[in-house]
Ligand binder design. Structure first.
Ligand code: ADP
Ligand code: MG
Ligand code: MG
Length: 193
């Protein structure tokens, strides 16, 4: 499916709403295996994104760049640069394609390049690497999104703050995977995507 500046804005505003509604939940997930700030970080970032997108971007590439810059400058922590990189890579990719699957593929590659996490390391990469192929195949569902987040629960963290806990990180859902699930859910709900 081809993304436009209009569907990008609808998608991002929906993502921002989900983050806002669940910011306490996201920070609660980050409390036992992190520093309890993930929801507040993401809510600050997505509010900035919403504000920037209130002015219609000239084109898709400008839109992605604007989102990336807003996230990099406001989210902070580990997730800020990672989400920021995801959107920067989509900005670059959008000069040659508007296909959502291709764009998300580039975003995932960027997250992995930046953070060095592999699937199974209990990071947002787990959700992205599970769901991007589903987006490309056109068979992403709510259930698959939920399962990909649940799967992080029994993993031992190898990257980020949760990795300091080693085996004790088991039994907790990864907060960045939960926030990423909202991005995919918001995409699924965007008509024309
Ligand atoms: P911080 O840990 O700096 O407080 P956040 O709480 O905002 O940052 O974000 C934590 C989330 O970032 C984790 O739940 C995980 O999904 C993600 N994360 C951390 N390190 C990495 C990494 N190296 N690669 C991919 N994702 C990561
Ligand atoms: Mg944190
Ligand atoms: Mg922090």
């Amino acid at each position: 499916m081809a993304l436009t500046t209009d569907t990008l804005t609808i998608w991002m505003n929906n993502f921002a709403n989900k983050v806002e509604e669940n910011k306490q939940h996201l920070s609660d997930l980050d409390t036992p295996i992190g520093d309890g700030d993930h929801g507040f970080n993401m809510d600050r970032g997505m509010k900035a994104v919403e504000q920037k997108l209130a002015t219609k971007p000239a084109d898709l590439t400008t839109g992605f760049k604007t989102i990336a810059m807003a996230l990099i400058s406001t989210v902070g922590g580990a997730s800020g640069p990672l989400y920021g990189t995801a959107f920067l890579e989509m900005a670059k990719k959008s000069t040659s394609t508007e296909d959502i699957g291709e764009l998300l593929d580039a975003a995932l590659a960027g997250i992995q390049m930046r953070g060095g996490a592999k699937p199974g390391d209990k990071t947002m990469v787990d959700v992205w690497s599970t769901l991007v192929p589903d987006v490309k195949a056109g068979n992403l569902t709510e259930d698959k999104i939920k399962e990909s987040v649940e799967a992080t629960k029994d993993m031992v963290a190898k990257k980020g703050r949760a990795s300091y806990l080693g085996e004790r990180s088991k039994g907790h859902i990864d907060p960045g995977s939960e926030s990423s699930s909202y991005l995919f859910k918001a995409m699924l709900e965007t008509e024309g995507l």
